[in-house]
Design a binder for this molecule. Structure first.
Ligand SMILES: [Zn+2]
Ligand SMILES: [Zn+2]
Length: 302
């Protein structure tokens, strides 16, 4: 007989016996009589996950990986984790171990900045205590970054500067929204501040919709340690998206595209004003072209 079936029949017995306790008058007797039923119910839940590991964290991960891009509620996680500290285990997976499990809260904050685009899922419908796995790949260096995040989080920098500091410590790395939210000390403004670092301050922070279509939803990369020239800032994200899509994510001058990226030639794409912003050039798609950073530098040097 499979373990689940054994547990189920034991539970049935216990509930059946409880019928008798329920008729009694003593509250404490009833509570104590229910304890074994609770324990068996917990075991039954964890026995549903067909892996050998005794660790609740592994069961939670198994469940998410079986249902990527599906909104999972905390109640489901409770059932399969079978322990009361499921929340801590889930947090370890999300923040410390580099699994891209996004909470409803984070999804909403990202959606406000146009960074949460998953077919068939409306970020505004996801509840705070629902979660969604957006990538099957674990980010293995996340554990190292975790220490850095922890350190920056505790400084008294502004939220924006904490985020920038963290990005600068991890140039070229994919950083999850959950990590950034953590660095920002769980402040709701984190997603807006990240967007401002890009649009107002000219830091080359790319996402799936702003220059790096290869990235999974929910990840951010600071491409290099340099700010865009003053006149190429303040481009609203929707305009940047339009320009990149129109130019098929290729440099208008040399044709470089992200697929050609390699460590010895780490280029990235930027948006350049045809008629310079300071000279009255508008922040509209018609006045912008996609250039790689090398051609962009040449363009401004000439
Ligand atoms: Zn180029
Ligand atoms: Zn330019």
């Amino acid at each position: 007989m499979p373990e689940s079936e054994i547990l189920r029949s034991r539970l049935e017995e216990l509930i059946d016996n409880f019928k008798h306790e329920l008729q009694g008058d003593d509250l404490r007797t009833k509570v104590i009589a229910l304890i074994p039923a609770y324990k068996f119910l917990n075991k039954l839940g964890s026995s549903l996950i067909p892996i050998d590991s005794a660790a609740a964290r592994d069961r939670i991960l198994y469940y998410f990986r079986k249902y990527p891009f599906v909104v999972i509620s905390k109640d489901e996680i409770m059932v399969i984790a079978g322990i009361s500290e499921w929340a801590r285990r889930l947090r370890e997976l999300r923040v410390e171990l580099g699994w891209s499990i996004i909470s409803g809260t984070t999804a909403k904050e990202m959606a406000k900045e146009g960074e949460f685009i998953i077919d068939g899922i409306d970020a505004n419908e996801i509840k705070a205590h629902q979660y969604i796995l957006t990538s099957q790949t674990q980010d293995k260096v996340a554990a190292y970054r975790w220490r850095v995040a922890n350190h920056i989080r505790k400084t008294d920098l502004s939220v924006r500067n904490k985020l920038l500091e963290y990005f600068k410590k991890n140039i070229g790395d994919q950083i999850s929204g959950e990590e950034l939210r953590y660095v920002a000390d769980e402040k709701t403004e984190w997603a807006r501040r990240v967007r401002e670092l890009r649009t107002e301050f000219g830091w080359q922070i790319a996402t799936k919709t702003t220059g790096r279509p290869d990235l999974p939803v929910g990840f951010y990369v600071l491409e290099s340690d340099r700010q865009a020239p003053e006149h190429d800032r303040k481009i609203p994200d929707p305009v940047r998206r339009e320009v990149l899509q129109r130019d098929k994510y290729k440099c208008h001058s040399c044709g470089w595209s992200y697929e050609q990226w390699n460590p010895s030639d780490p280029r990235h794409l930027e948006a350049h004003h045809i008629k310079h912003h300071v000279k009255g050039g508008k922040n509209i798609a018609e006045n912008l072209i996609t250039l790689c950073n090398i051609c962009h530098d040449k363009e401004h040097a000439s």
